[in-house]
Design a protein around this ligand. Structure first.
Ligand SMILES: [Zn+2]
Length: 753
């Protein structure tokens, strides 16, 4: 057998040379993975650093499995082979071991299919389209025919499945979300599983809810794994799994061979710079970005911060672009392309520029704000320096990071009563869509979707065309496990703070977080060799950053449509909001998550803030925003003729103070306050339908205010402290319009997003 294995290795080396050039050689650890897949037909979990070369492993394995020339006679070339391979793992194993070994005498492995196809296609499950585009290009260069099935090419699914059946597809790439799509799950997945020659699961740590990046769609892989013919090899890869996650993933794969390598990244030079304020951090970037090598990524924790940072750096002459989950796909693609082509100095991104983005010569990764987990941090910085000798990795932590972490943590799996409410609302035969469920349960859409996916994998609900149905299977709320997961998250946050503060080697610290037994001082980081990047911020750089962050004013877009499903809960509002009842576009001082006014605004109107007087600096900002609104490029359609305050139970002093300030400064009459009446109910976390349901009927216009509104000839300014969902402004503006206000201009101190 060892002779056979040697011959398989020769063939593997030949394939690699075709993929990566004449000088390319498989390392022993790569060969061990290929051997386990191709010769032993095993399930393998590779925990290896980014840049280790996992794609070489699965492309070489694919070529050997797909086109190992049949050692037998012509029978091998006919369709019967695939059918035979489908049943009985033992038969397939024996046949393949022999085939591959005997096929070597034919010279280079044919990737064009002329050698005869022996296995079904390799299926790669990979989380991001960015990665899939890179993979398809790499594969095509090597003569491997790759296709992808995704939401954007629905009309090609039939054609692609026909090609798979005809044996002309070598690699099929799918996103994990596909696995939960009903048409794909019921129509494509069973046939695909039966013909899969090799299953590759990229970023496999996502399958474990112990990990920092659990994705419920990954749980559907269990169905896929269960449908594979016995003896079908499986390769799962991750660069970011500690011992606990590794064990969990290996168990879910079913008796997987774990191949773990050292997680050092020899090109990375880690640095932490503690700078006193957001202005110092932006100023530092403006001063020093130029000197960072090549092109890189600047990560921010929020969408607002990504936009602001990109805008500021552009104003300082840098070619940078923002990249967030709110950019559309075409925009994101263009930005990726420009970064790959070195047309940008940097992309300012949220974690949406994530797993699998591959630019081997990425010169630096800067974090403006720390992510909540050292493992997430290790993963993000691993995008730098894959194929260059040295790359700069810099963390600029801020005191405000903790507030963002708390917000992320609040999006965890919901409490039992909310889960039970959803289960009670679902029936076995009449599907309910997410918008139809929203009036029933007080959860934001993303959180509701995540919960349903988890329940789906647990077997309690099922996604069908048109929505979700209950399966009637009993379901257990695993409070103990959820508590342990929450404790794990909290421990990760503490570890991230320790990373910034540590006196020891930073790379060693990260590797220990990943349970890397070979963790040792790196000899490159700022702790090992002293600081190499200056901490100074120039006076002009700091002044520019302060001026930029001091700007005030963001738009409050008016609501145009009522949420769906309100009639089901007794609220008679549906469809378009009549133009006669809408607000006009409004203004706020800033965003709660923003870098500039964000920290000041969070202290005043954030989730934990009580009532207070309006501080002087914010009073100045309020006046400035109104001045620009009155005289700037994008000004209000008509000068307001009066001020109305939204009656506030939580912060009456603050809201009244803002309304009085505006009335006094603009010499406008303060017409009164809309009464808050009963408690507006659910907190700001609820979804749209829940908010409108709680707000509808909660406010009323007192008679003196109604009388004043009837005589107006211009718009009123409607003043509130915080615009979160935006529904308070929409509901109150409607009341004012109904009472006779000719137009309503909303004004608030802050908007949430
Ligand atoms: Zn070090």
């Amino acid at each position: 057998m060892s002779d056979d294995r040697a011959r398989v290795r020769e063939r593997a080396e030949a394939v690699l040379r075709r993929l990566a050039g004449e000088s390319a050689r498989l390392r022993d650890d790569q060969w061990r993975a290929i051997e386990a897949l191709v010769v032993e037909r095993r399930r393998v979990l590779c925990v290896q650093r980014t840049g280790w070369g996992k794609s070489a492993v699965y492309f070489v394995a694919t070529a050997l499995l797909r086109h190992g020339r049949p050692g037998g006679v012509a029978q091998g070339r006919h369709g019967g082979q695939v059918a035979q391979g489908r049943h009985g793992g033992q038969v397939a194993q024996g046949r393949h071991g022999g085939q591959v070994a005997q096929g070597h005498n034919g010279g280079p492995v044919a990737l064009d299919g002329s050698g005869g196809t022996t296995c079904g296609p390799t299926v790669i499950v990979s989380p991001l389209l960015a990665l899939m585009r890179n993979q398809i290009e790499t594969a095509a260069r090597a003569g491997i025919r790759a296709r992808t099935i995704n939401s954007a090419n629905l009309d090609e699914w039939d054609e692609i499945t026909a090609e798979i059946a005809a044996g002309t597809v070598d690699v099929l790439l799918i996103s994990p979300e596909r696995l939960n799509n009903p048409d794909f799950r019921d129509g494509v997945l069973p046939r695909l599983a039966a013909t899969t020659g090799l299953l590759v699961v990229d970023e496999a740590h996502c399958i474990s809810d112990w990990g920092h990046d659990f994705r419920p769609d990954y749980r559907r892989l269990r169905t896929f794994l269960a449908g594979l013919p016995a003896g079908t090899p499986v390769l799962a890869t991750t660069a970011t799994a500690n011992a606990r996650v590794t064990e969990d993933v290996a168990e879910q794969l079913g008796d997987a061979l774990v191949l773990r390598g050292p997680l050092d990244r020899e090109s990375l030079r880690l640095t932490v710079l503690e700078l006193p304020s957001p202005a110092h951090r932006l100023g530092w970037l403006a001063d020093h970005l130029e000197r960072l090598p090549g092109s890189g990524i600047i990560y921010t924790l929020t969408v607002a911060a990504a936009g602001e940072t990109a805008e500021f750096l552009r104003s300082r002459g840098y070619t940078v672009a923002a990249y967030t989950g709110q950019s559309d796909d075409a925009q994101r693609r263009a930005v990726e392309r420009d970064l790959l082509d070195n047309k940008l100095k940097a992309v300012v991104a949220t974690s949406a520029l994530g797993m699998g983005f591959d630019k081997p010569d990425l010169g630096f990764v800067v974090h403006l704000g720390a992510p909540p987990s050292p493992i997430a941090y290790y993963q993000q910085v691993g995008r730098a320096g894959r194929a260059v000798a040295g790359a700069e990795v810099l963390l600029l932590p801020g005191a405000e990071d903790l507030a963002v972490w708390r917000y992320f943590a609040s999006l965890a799996f919901p409490p039992e009563e909310q889960v039970r409410a959803v289960l009670a609302a679902l029936s076995p035969d009449r599907p309910l869509s997410i918008p139809a469920l929203e009036p029933i349960v007080d959860l934001r859409r993303a959180r509701l979707e995540l919960m349903l996916k988890v329940l789906d994998v647990d077997g309690a609900v099922r996604r069908v065309r048109g929505g979700w149905v209950a399966t009637g299977q009993p379901w257990h709320y695993d409070a103990a496990r959820l508590r342990r997961v929450a404790e794990t998250r909290a421990a990760e946050q503490r570890a991230m703070l320790e990373y910034a503060a540590t006196d020891g080697c930073r790379m060693e610290f990260l590797r220990r977080c990943l349970d890397d037994p070979a963790a040792a001082p790196c000899g490159r980081c700022d702790r090992c060799v002293g600081p190499r990047l200056p901490a100074e911020v120039s006076a002009p750089g700091l002044a520019a950053a302060r001026a930029f962050l001091g700007r005030a004013g963001v738009e409050i877009p008016p609501k145009k449509l009522w949420p769906t499903g309100l009639d089901a809960v007794g609220v008679p509002l549906r469809g378009r909001i009549s133009p006669a009842e809408q607000a006009l576009p409004g203004r706020a001082v800033g965003r709660l998550a923003g870098l500039g006014w964000g920290a000041r605004l969070r202290a005043l109107v954030g989730p934990e803030a009580g009532d207070a007087e309006l501080p002087t600096d914010l009073a100045g900002a309020v006046i400035e925003v109104l001045r620009v609104w009155a005289h700037g490029d994008d000004r209000w359609p008509a000068r307001p003729v009066g001020v109305v305050a939204v009656g506030s139970r939580r912060r009456p002093r603050l809201v009244r103070g803002v309304a009085e300030l505006i009335a006094r400064t603009g010499r406008l009459p303060l017409l009164g306050e809309v009464s808050p009446g009963a408690s507006p109910g659910s907190g700001p976390r609820g979804n749209s339908a829940q908010r409108v349901r709680a707000l509808h009927g909660a406010f009323s216009v007192p008679a003196p205010l109604a009388a004043a509104l009837r005589d107006l000839t211009g718009p009123v300014l409607l003043v509130d402290d915080l615009v979160d969902s935006g529904w308070t402004m929409a509901v109150v503006a409607r009341l004012l319009r109904q009472a006779g206000a000719p137009a309503v201009l909303p004004f608030a101190l802050a908007v949430t997003v």
